[in-house]
Write a protein of this length. Structure first.
Length: 291
């Protein structure tokens, strides 16, 4: 006799539209326009640039890594709660919830800076598929980075969101080979961004405040930044909360006062639906706008 608990994806209504399900299953990504406001963008840029220029001003547990042509700041929400507008953004979470059965867990949130590096002119960058630190042999599915679709549902237990704080012209920033999140064929060892005609990469024109949500099973990478201003993008990485704990350091209990209760819950492993998810579902049932 099959015994099921109270938690089940059977007959679970999706937060995605049928068009979104079709598009994500076909391409492996979705673009949401203007998920944060211009004022929020400016606040985030001001904080980010200040920490990158003055790392000592970033209070623990914030970590700032600065290199000649870029830098990284994480875990970002512990620096200022304005950054919860990216990780807890209802418009973004609606899509993330629809990709992992309403049970997302945030396991990383970082601001990435990239500058134009003249030494990279003419060089090629490799594409990659995220492995969560453990490479599985050909023919096996990595349970930490899996993608399945069937019976009108999608299950992607690892999802990235990238919210840009600056305008991104084509041929810059994130690039991928659409549809490769479903491929089970071994990729050529020499596959790169300037790929062969039978494996064309795609780049995306984005405005500050736009969000690109993608499966890290896609073969993806980053085009070298060619603009005279810095690339500034916030990456939020989500996993299926019911099973996975890839980052044991979050939430940081000793600094829980620096984040909201919703952010703490978002970073925690939990079997059932989380409170913020219930609120989003309730707002959708009532036909209210998400923010």
């Amino acid at each position: 006799m099959l015994i099921r608990g109270d938690d089940s994806a059977i007959n679970l209504p999706s937060t995605l539209t049928e068009e979104e399900k079709w598009y994500f299953d076909l391409h492996g990504y979705l673009i949401l326009r203007q998920v944060i406001t211009p004022d929020e963008v400016l606040q985030m840029l001001s904080l980010g640039f200040n920490w990158l220029e003055h790392p000592a001003q970033a209070a623990p547990p914030l970590r700032v890594t600065v290199k000649e042509y870029g830098g990284v700041i994480n875990p970002l929400p512990y620096g200022d709660r304005i950054f919860e507008r990216t990780s807890l953004n209802e418009k973004v979470l609606r899509v993330v919830m629809g990709l992992m059965w309403n049970r997302p867990r945030l396991f990383n949130c970082a601001l990435v800076q990239e500058k134009k590096d003249p030494s990279l002119v003419g060089k090629k960058k490799k594409l990659h598929r995220d492995t969560s630190g453990f490479d599985f042999p050909d023919g096996f599915r990595n349970p930490h980075n899996d993608y399945q679709a069937g019976n009108g549902q999608i299950y992607s237990n690892f999802v990235n969101s990238a919210i840009t704080l600056v305008d991104v012209p084509k041929e810059n920033g994130f690039t991928c080979i659409p549809g490769t999140h479903k491929s089970e064929i071994s990729f050529p060892a020499d596959l790169d961004i300037d790929s062969h005609p039978w494996a064309p990469t795609e780049t995306f024109e984005l405005q500050a405040g736009d969000c690109l949500i993608f499966s890290p099973r896609l073969m993806h990478g980053t085009e070298f930044w060619k603009m005279d201003y810095d690339r500034m993008v916030i990456f939020n990485r989500y996993q299926f909360s019911f099973y996975f704990n890839e980052n044991y350091s979050l939430p940081i209990k000793d600094h829980a006062n620096r984040i909201s209760a919703d952010q703490f819950e978002l970073e925690s492993i939990q079997r059932g639906e989380k409170e913020f998810a219930r609120r989003i579902l309730d707002k959708m049932k009532r036909g209210e706008d998400l923010c």
